[in-house]
Design a protein around this ligand. Structure first.
Ligand code: VGL
Ligand code: ZN
Length: 197
């Protein structure tokens, strides 16, 4: 179990129907299995006074992030659709930070990059963490090899102590082994990787 305290925040990445539900358009294998584990972590965080933040892929219908327009993904996380909603069983006890709304890729919960213009922008997550005086983050959710990885790497760049709980993440694995590679990349950047919850 992570060491929870008031300087630590839990960041729950993209636990949305399109990723977490087997019927979702970009469903991640085992994505629904992490919801219970994440809810348990949310309970621990709450009990210790650690704030909980959520990210949500929030794409417009037209975005170069999607295959239809030159990207690599089937349509997913489209604003206002069932697939973009957080999983119905997920406990929501803190602010939701949306990303990708301006057509950006938005893999990280902190920063977004427009795939065509290359322009980088930030989300509201940094402000939330600064206001709460956070020094350490625990990152969980979907998917290991994209949004969890990019969020954890950005957290390290921001100088935050960063922990990823492997029981509470799952990978897309476009290529076999992507999830394992992502974990190695995170570890090399100083992200702590912990198995159990
Ligand atoms: C994600 C692919 C595309 C994620 C988001 O949440 O990991 N992956 N958009
Ligand atoms: Zn996306």
């Amino acid at each position: 179990m992570p060491a929870w305290d008031r300087d630590t925040a839990l960041i729950v990445v993209d636990v949305q129907n399109d990723f977490a539900d087997p019927a979702g358009s970009l469903s991640v294998k085992g994505g629904d299995e992490v919801v219970g584990t994440i809810n348990a972590l949310i309970g621990q965080a709450r009990a210790a006074g650690s704030p909980v933040f959520y990210t949500q892929d929030w794409h417009p219908e037209q975005t170069p992030h999607f295959k239809r327009q030159g990207g690599i993904w089937p349509d997913h996380g489209v604003q206002g659709t069932w697939g973009a909603e957080l999983h119905p069983e997920l406990l929501v006890v803190g602010p939701i930070v949306r990303k990708g709304a301006g057509g950006e890729d938005g893999y990280s919960g902190f920063t977004m990059r427009h795939p065509v213009t290359g322009v980088e922008t930030t989300t509201e997550l940094i402000q939330h963490l600064e206001e709460a005086g956070i020094k350490r983050v625990v990152v969980v959710g979907l998917a290991t090899d994209y949004c969890v990885k990019e969020t954890a790497l950005d957290a390290r760049e921001l100088g935050l102590e960063t922990l990823v709980v492997t029981d509470a993440i799952r990978a897309v694995n476009l290529e076999p082994g992507d999830g394992e590679r992502a974990l190695r990349e995170m570890a090399a950047a100083g992200v702590e990787i912990e198995g159990g919850s």
